[in-house]
Write a protein that binds this ligand. Structure first.
Ligand code: DO4
Ligand code: MG
Length: 280
Protein backbone atom coordinates (compact mmCIF):
# COMPACT_ATOMS: atom_id res chain seq x y z
CA UNK A 1 0.00 0.00 0.00
CA UNK A 2 1.28 3.47 -0.93
CA UNK A 3 0.40 6.83 0.57
CA UNK A 4 0.65 10.07 -1.45
CA UNK A 5 0.52 13.68 -0.34
CA UNK A 6 -0.81 15.73 -3.26
CA UNK A 7 -2.18 19.19 -3.97
CA UNK A 8 -5.61 17.51 -4.03
CA UNK A 9 -5.33 15.71 -0.72
CA UNK A 10 -4.00 12.48 0.71
CA UNK A 11 -4.40 9.39 -1.46
CA UNK A 12 -3.91 5.68 -0.86
CA UNK A 13 -2.85 3.36 -3.68
CA UNK A 14 -3.80 -0.26 -3.16
CA UNK A 15 -3.60 -2.91 -5.90
CA UNK A 16 -3.24 -0.14 -8.51
CA UNK A 17 -6.46 1.59 -7.42
CA UNK A 18 -6.52 5.03 -5.79
CA UNK A 19 -8.63 6.13 -2.82
CA UNK A 20 -9.09 9.65 -1.41
CA UNK A 21 -8.51 9.98 2.31
CA UNK A 22 -10.08 12.51 4.64
CA UNK A 23 -10.99 15.15 2.06
CA UNK A 24 -11.66 17.84 4.63
CA UNK A 25 -8.33 17.67 6.38
CA UNK A 26 -5.38 18.21 4.07
CA UNK A 27 -3.31 20.24 6.44
CA UNK A 28 0.26 19.64 7.48
CA UNK A 29 -1.05 18.89 10.99
CA UNK A 30 -3.37 16.16 9.72
CA UNK A 31 -0.52 14.70 7.62
CA UNK A 32 1.63 14.65 10.77
CA UNK A 33 -1.17 13.02 12.75
CA UNK A 34 -1.44 10.33 10.08
CA UNK A 35 2.20 9.51 9.50
CA UNK A 36 3.17 9.47 13.17
CA UNK A 37 0.83 6.53 13.83
CA UNK A 38 2.57 3.32 14.89
CA UNK A 39 -0.38 1.42 13.35
CA UNK A 40 -0.25 3.32 10.03
CA UNK A 41 -0.57 0.19 7.84
CA UNK A 42 -3.48 -1.27 9.84
CA UNK A 43 -5.17 2.13 10.03
CA UNK A 44 -5.04 2.70 6.26
CA UNK A 45 -6.17 -0.85 5.51
CA UNK A 46 -9.17 -0.47 7.84
CA UNK A 47 -10.01 2.92 6.32
CA UNK A 48 -9.94 1.60 2.74
CA UNK A 49 -13.40 0.01 2.71
CA UNK A 50 -15.12 3.33 3.52
CA UNK A 51 -13.14 5.41 1.04
CA UNK A 52 -14.15 6.81 -2.34
CA UNK A 53 -12.26 5.33 -5.28
CA UNK A 54 -10.77 8.07 -7.44
CA UNK A 55 -9.17 8.25 -10.86
CA UNK A 56 -5.38 8.30 -10.96
CA UNK A 57 -5.60 11.85 -12.34
CA UNK A 58 -7.01 12.91 -8.97
CA UNK A 59 -3.43 12.67 -7.80
CA UNK A 60 -2.96 16.34 -8.79
CA UNK A 61 0.61 17.44 -8.24
CA UNK A 62 2.58 15.23 -5.94
CA UNK A 63 4.16 16.87 -2.91
CA UNK A 64 7.04 15.71 -0.76
CA UNK A 65 5.54 13.29 1.81
CA UNK A 66 6.74 15.44 4.68
CA UNK A 67 4.98 17.53 7.32
CA UNK A 68 6.94 18.78 10.32
CA UNK A 69 9.49 15.97 10.38
CA UNK A 70 13.24 16.51 10.62
CA UNK A 71 15.29 14.74 7.97
CA UNK A 72 18.42 12.91 9.07
CA UNK A 73 20.89 10.81 7.12
CA UNK A 74 23.31 7.98 7.67
CA UNK A 75 26.65 7.96 5.87
CA UNK A 76 29.30 5.51 4.71
CA UNK A 77 26.89 2.60 4.92
CA UNK A 78 28.02 1.12 1.57
CA UNK A 79 31.58 0.18 0.61
CA UNK A 80 31.28 2.36 -2.51
CA UNK A 81 30.65 5.47 -0.39
CA UNK A 82 33.55 4.65 1.96
CA UNK A 83 35.84 4.26 -1.03
CA UNK A 84 34.80 7.46 -2.81
CA UNK A 85 35.06 9.54 0.35
CA UNK A 86 38.47 8.17 1.26
CA UNK A 87 39.66 9.30 -2.19
CA UNK A 88 38.04 12.75 -2.12
CA UNK A 89 39.47 13.62 1.32
CA UNK A 90 42.93 12.06 0.85
CA UNK A 91 44.77 15.35 0.53
CA UNK A 92 42.99 16.85 3.56
CA UNK A 93 44.01 13.86 5.70
CA UNK A 94 40.39 12.88 6.34
CA UNK A 95 40.40 9.52 4.53
CA UNK A 96 40.99 7.44 7.62
CA UNK A 97 37.80 8.69 9.29
CA UNK A 98 35.61 7.11 6.62
CA UNK A 99 37.35 3.76 6.88
CA UNK A 100 36.95 3.81 10.65
CA UNK A 101 33.28 4.73 10.65
CA UNK A 102 32.52 2.06 8.05
CA UNK A 103 33.92 -0.57 10.42
CA UNK A 104 32.72 0.91 13.74
CA UNK A 105 29.64 -0.16 15.69
CA UNK A 106 28.38 3.42 15.87
CA UNK A 107 27.19 4.65 12.45
CA UNK A 108 27.67 8.11 10.99
CA UNK A 109 24.39 10.01 11.45
CA UNK A 110 23.97 13.64 10.49
CA UNK A 111 21.24 16.22 10.36
CA UNK A 112 20.17 16.68 6.73
CA UNK A 113 17.15 18.97 6.33
CA UNK A 114 14.14 20.72 7.73
CA UNK A 115 10.91 20.50 5.68
CA UNK A 116 11.45 23.82 3.90
CA UNK A 117 14.75 22.54 2.44
CA UNK A 118 13.07 19.49 0.92
CA UNK A 119 11.96 19.32 -2.74
CA UNK A 120 9.04 17.14 -3.75
CA UNK A 121 8.58 15.14 -6.97
CA UNK A 122 9.17 17.21 -10.13
CA UNK A 123 10.44 20.16 -8.07
CA UNK A 124 13.94 21.57 -8.53
CA UNK A 125 16.82 20.54 -6.32
CA UNK A 126 19.84 22.82 -6.02
CA UNK A 127 23.59 22.78 -6.25
CA UNK A 128 25.48 25.33 -4.16
CA UNK A 129 26.82 28.47 -5.87
CA UNK A 130 30.16 27.99 -4.10
CA UNK A 131 30.57 24.29 -4.98
CA UNK A 132 32.38 22.98 -8.04
CA UNK A 133 31.65 19.26 -7.65
CA UNK A 134 28.06 18.26 -6.88
CA UNK A 135 26.32 14.89 -7.00
CA UNK A 136 22.97 13.37 -6.11
CA UNK A 137 22.94 10.54 -3.59
CA UNK A 138 20.06 8.11 -4.13
CA UNK A 139 19.06 6.63 -0.79
CA UNK A 140 16.40 4.38 0.67
CA UNK A 141 14.62 6.58 3.21
CA UNK A 142 12.83 5.38 6.33
CA UNK A 143 9.68 6.90 7.81
CA UNK A 144 10.13 6.57 11.57
CA UNK A 145 7.42 7.33 14.13
CA UNK A 146 8.00 9.22 17.40
CA UNK A 147 8.29 5.86 19.20
CA UNK A 148 11.05 4.74 16.80
CA UNK A 149 9.02 2.34 14.66
CA UNK A 150 9.76 2.11 10.93
CA UNK A 151 6.32 2.22 9.28
CA UNK A 152 7.25 3.07 5.71
CA UNK A 153 9.82 3.84 3.04
CA UNK A 154 10.33 6.54 0.45
CA UNK A 155 12.98 7.55 -2.07
CA UNK A 156 15.50 10.19 -0.93
CA UNK A 157 18.14 12.30 -2.62
CA UNK A 158 20.96 13.50 -0.35
CA UNK A 159 22.40 16.21 -2.64
CA UNK A 160 26.07 16.69 -1.78
CA UNK A 161 28.92 19.08 -2.58
CA UNK A 162 31.88 16.73 -2.83
CA UNK A 163 34.56 19.39 -3.14
CA UNK A 164 33.45 21.10 0.08
CA UNK A 165 33.20 17.85 2.03
CA UNK A 166 36.51 16.65 0.56
CA UNK A 167 38.36 19.81 1.53
CA UNK A 168 37.71 19.12 5.21
CA UNK A 169 35.28 16.63 6.82
CA UNK A 170 34.31 19.39 9.28
CA UNK A 171 32.63 21.14 6.36
CA UNK A 172 30.08 18.30 6.11
CA UNK A 173 27.09 20.39 7.26
CA UNK A 174 27.82 22.97 4.54
CA UNK A 175 28.27 20.27 1.92
CA UNK A 176 24.98 18.66 2.90
CA UNK A 177 22.53 21.23 4.30
CA UNK A 178 21.33 24.10 2.12
CA UNK A 179 18.11 25.15 0.37
CA UNK A 180 16.67 22.29 -1.72
CA UNK A 181 19.56 19.98 -0.81
CA UNK A 182 17.16 17.10 -0.26
CA UNK A 183 14.32 15.54 -2.23
CA UNK A 184 11.76 13.02 -1.02
CA UNK A 185 8.95 11.13 -2.76
CA UNK A 186 6.97 10.19 -4.75
CA UNK A 187 5.03 8.36 -1.99
CA UNK A 188 5.43 6.39 1.20
CA UNK A 189 5.39 2.64 0.79
CA UNK A 190 3.58 1.67 3.98
CA UNK A 191 4.74 -1.62 5.44
CA UNK A 192 5.92 -3.01 8.76
CA UNK A 193 8.17 -5.53 6.97
CA UNK A 194 11.80 -4.82 6.09
CA UNK A 195 12.39 -4.52 2.34
CA UNK A 196 14.02 -7.55 0.69
CA UNK A 197 17.82 -7.44 0.30
CA UNK A 198 17.33 -7.85 -3.46
CA UNK A 199 15.58 -4.43 -3.65
CA UNK A 200 17.24 -2.40 -6.40
CA UNK A 201 18.10 1.30 -6.19
CA UNK A 202 18.76 2.88 -9.58
CA UNK A 203 20.07 6.33 -10.50
CA UNK A 204 19.77 7.84 -13.97
CA UNK A 205 20.96 11.37 -14.77
CA UNK A 206 19.84 12.92 -18.04
CA UNK A 207 21.57 15.91 -19.61
CA UNK A 208 20.15 17.48 -22.79
CA UNK A 209 17.94 14.42 -23.25
CA UNK A 210 20.84 11.94 -23.10
CA UNK A 211 22.04 9.71 -20.32
CA UNK A 212 24.96 11.38 -18.50
CA UNK A 213 25.26 8.71 -15.79
CA UNK A 214 23.42 5.61 -14.70
CA UNK A 215 24.14 3.17 -11.94
CA UNK A 216 22.45 0.76 -9.57
CA UNK A 217 22.91 -1.15 -6.36
CA UNK A 218 20.78 -3.32 -4.10
CA UNK A 219 20.06 -3.34 -0.38
CA UNK A 220 22.29 -6.39 -0.16
CA UNK A 221 25.25 -3.95 -0.17
CA UNK A 222 23.82 -1.84 2.67
CA UNK A 223 26.12 -2.67 5.59
CA UNK A 224 23.80 -1.44 8.36
CA UNK A 225 20.46 -2.76 9.53
CA UNK A 226 17.93 0.12 9.15
CA UNK A 227 16.48 -0.70 12.58
CA UNK A 228 19.95 -0.35 14.08
CA UNK A 229 20.42 3.08 12.45
CA UNK A 230 17.12 4.15 14.04
CA UNK A 231 18.19 2.83 17.45
CA UNK A 232 21.34 4.97 17.34
CA UNK A 233 19.44 8.03 16.08
CA UNK A 234 16.86 7.78 18.87
CA UNK A 235 19.41 7.51 21.69
CA UNK A 236 18.76 10.52 23.93
CA UNK A 237 16.95 12.18 21.04
CA UNK A 238 13.19 12.72 20.76
CA UNK A 239 11.29 13.26 17.51
CA UNK A 240 7.79 14.52 18.41
CA UNK A 241 6.71 14.51 14.74
CA UNK A 242 8.73 11.41 13.83
CA UNK A 243 11.47 11.74 11.24
CA UNK A 244 12.80 10.65 7.87
CA UNK A 245 16.14 8.88 7.86
CA UNK A 246 18.14 8.48 4.64
CA UNK A 247 20.22 5.32 4.83
CA UNK A 248 23.29 6.27 2.77
CA UNK A 249 24.33 5.98 -0.85
CA UNK A 250 25.75 2.97 -2.65
CA UNK A 251 25.96 4.76 -6.02
CA UNK A 252 28.64 7.37 -6.65
CA UNK A 253 29.25 8.71 -10.18
CA UNK A 254 32.89 8.79 -11.38
CA UNK A 255 35.06 11.67 -10.14
CA UNK A 256 34.85 13.34 -13.55
CA UNK A 257 31.08 13.85 -13.14
CA UNK A 258 29.48 16.91 -11.59
CA UNK A 259 25.82 17.91 -11.80
CA UNK A 260 24.91 20.95 -13.89
CA UNK A 261 21.87 23.17 -14.02
CA UNK A 262 19.10 21.56 -16.08
CA UNK A 263 20.15 17.96 -15.34
CA UNK A 264 17.26 15.60 -14.63
CA UNK A 265 17.82 13.17 -11.74
CA UNK A 266 15.71 10.01 -11.69
CA UNK A 267 15.95 7.73 -8.68
CA UNK A 268 13.99 4.49 -8.69
CA UNK A 269 13.63 2.12 -5.76
CA UNK A 270 11.83 -1.11 -6.61
CA UNK A 271 8.47 -1.36 -4.86
CA UNK A 272 8.34 2.36 -4.04
CA UNK A 273 8.60 4.30 -7.30
CA UNK A 274 10.66 6.93 -9.11
CA UNK A 275 11.59 10.34 -7.75
CA UNK A 276 12.33 12.85 -10.51
CA UNK A 277 13.90 16.27 -9.95
CA UNK A 278 15.74 18.76 -12.11
CA UNK A 279 18.70 20.78 -10.98
CA UNK A 280 17.43 24.38 -10.84
O1 DO4 B 1 30.44 11.07 5.36
C1 DO4 B 1 29.84 11.79 4.67
C2 DO4 B 1 28.49 11.60 4.12
C3 DO4 B 1 28.23 10.22 3.66
C4 DO4 B 1 26.95 10.06 2.93
O2 DO4 B 1 26.16 10.95 2.79
C5 DO4 B 1 26.64 8.75 2.35
O3 DO4 B 1 27.43 7.81 2.45
O4 DO4 B 1 25.56 8.62 1.76
MG1 MG C 1 24.37 10.37 1.58
Amino acid sequence: MKLYRTTRGFLIEDSEKFYALDENAWTTESWDALITRDDLGDYLRAALSGLRKVHELALGSLQAPIGNQEVWAAGVTYYRSRDARMQESKSSGGGDFYDRVYAADRPELFFKATPHRVAGPEEDVAIRDDASWSVPEPELTLLVTPSGKITGYTVGNDMSSRDIEGENPLYLPQAKVYDRSCALGPCILVTDSPLPASTEIRLEIQRDGKSAFSGSTTLESLKRDPADLVRYLYRNNRFPAGCFLLTGTGIVPPDSFSLASGDEIQITIAGIGTLINRVG
